[in-house]
Design a protein around this ligand. Structure first.
Ligand code: NAI
Ligand code: MG
Length: 355
């Protein structure tokens, strides 16, 4: 039997509630599918841990994680700990050190959910491939003349040929498996070095994928296109910053931030990949048991797909969508009054029905 080693980091706030439900879903998938098993390492890292130890994770945290095939993460961040501390103390080191250079974000309106646009589930179904380790979030820069009137801040964008080419190849390969359409998000009119380079690499890589129809759009115009013509979009490739913004726009199009999943992938599988809901720790609803678990459950489905059990991944996805389509068990963010646990249970029951 195939055994997958998963590191589980629920993190803070609602991260704990939604990962709890996600784990129960994984157990049900295992039970119904058979043929694979999980070995979990539960890690209590995050802001509580920071308050006790002064660190978001132990000093050898990455070494502990490295020994796993995947990381299943809730959310980190809580009032009292500055957001740049929680981000740079856990999430970003994992993404960077494990070379999770692909951030994969499906933007898909589930059946039964009323999004904010006059568009249906058949119109909103695309994937954003975001570069996840360099570009605008390289962490290169500095401050000078601090505290004086001449103070300056520099934040340098780092685009390498290696990093740019590999994210584009990944996006082209993905487009090939879908509707063979790829949009590159650029801004080469204003960013006359980084994005002119980005466009050039895109055009070069495109020569190897003549069967994929390509389009290059400035990121500001593309934002409008998301809203006006989502049905024309199949796959989008974007830099770290542009992808970050575009995917949050995308998650809003899905009707609630509580639904959206994300995967941080090291395609070579040299290091663990990380699967997480897109939302944060939501201090405003934490501890109430009403957080939407769908983002975390969808992330679990993406994890199974990545690990090599696509049928189990599909079972989770189909059950999730059947529950939203029925509309009987929905959390508050979707206009219902079910608890986190009730939605999780409804999805598990649906899995048993559909299998
Ligand atoms: P957030 O995603 O936590 O919350 C934004 C709004 O959406 C809130 O009104 C919240 O109640 C609602 N919401 C989020 N997830 C929900 C769910 N599953 N069900 C129902 N409602 C949900 O973003 P916010 O408020 O900007 O950040 C809160 C904390 O989370 C901060 O410390 C931030 O740094 C951290 N954060 C962490 C992320 C991560 O770990 N990947 C991502 C985003 C934020
Ligand atoms: Mg974001």
């Amino acid at each position: 039997m195939r055994k997958y080693k998963i590191a589980v980091i629920p993190g803070d706030g609602i991260g704990v509630d939604v990962i709890n439900e996600g784990l129960k879903i994984l157990e049900t998938a295992k039970e119904l599918h058979g043929g694979f098993d999980f070995e979990y390492t539960h890690l209590p890292w995050g802001c509580e841990y920071y308050k006790k130890t002064g660190r978001m994770m132990p000093e050898d945290g990455l070494r502990i994680l490295k020994d796993h095939e995947a990381i299943y993460l809730g959310a980190v961040g809580f009032p009292g700990v500055p957001d740049h501390v929680s981000l740079w103390g856990l999430l970003l080191p994992i993404r960077k050190e494990f070379d999770e250079y692909i951030n994969l974000r499906p933007i898909k309106l589930l059946k039964g959910i009323q999004g904010p646009l006059r568009k249906g589930p058949e119109d909103i179904d695309f994937v954003v491939v975001r570069e996840n380790v360099e570009g605008e979030y390289s962490g290169v820069g500095g401050l000078a003349y601090q505290g004086t009137a001449s103070e300056i801040a520099l934040q340098t964008n780092v685009f390498t040929r290696f990093g740019t080419e590999r994210v584009m190849r990944y996006a082209f390969e993905l487009a090939r498996k879908r509707k063979k359409k790829l949009i590159s998000a650029t801004k080469s009119n204003a960013l006359n070095y980084s994005m002119v380079f980005w466009d050039r690499v895109f055009n070069e890589v495109a020569k190897d994928y003549q069967d994929v129809q390509t389009q290059v759009m400035h990121v500001d115009a593309l934002s409008g296109y998301f809203i006006l013509h989502p049905e024309r979009i199949d796959v989008v490739v974007a830099s770290n910053l542009f992808g970050d913004i575009l995917t949050d726009l995308g998650s809003a199009m899905q009707g609630s931030i509580g639904i959206a999943p994300g995967a941080n992938i090291n395609p070579e599988r040299k290091y663990p990949s990380m699967f997480e809901p897109v939302h944060g720790s939501a201090p405003d609803v934490a501890g109430k048991g009403i957080a939407n678990p769908i983002g975390a459950i969808w992330a679990a489905s993406m994890m199974l797909d990545f690990l090599g059990v696509p049928e189990a991944a599909k079972l989770i996805f189909d059950a999730m969508e059947a529950v939203t389509e029925e509309g009987k068990y929905l959390t508050v963010d979707l206009g219902g009054n079910s608890t986190t646990q009730e939605v999780g249970e409804a999805i598990r029951n649906k899995m048993r029905e559909l299998v």
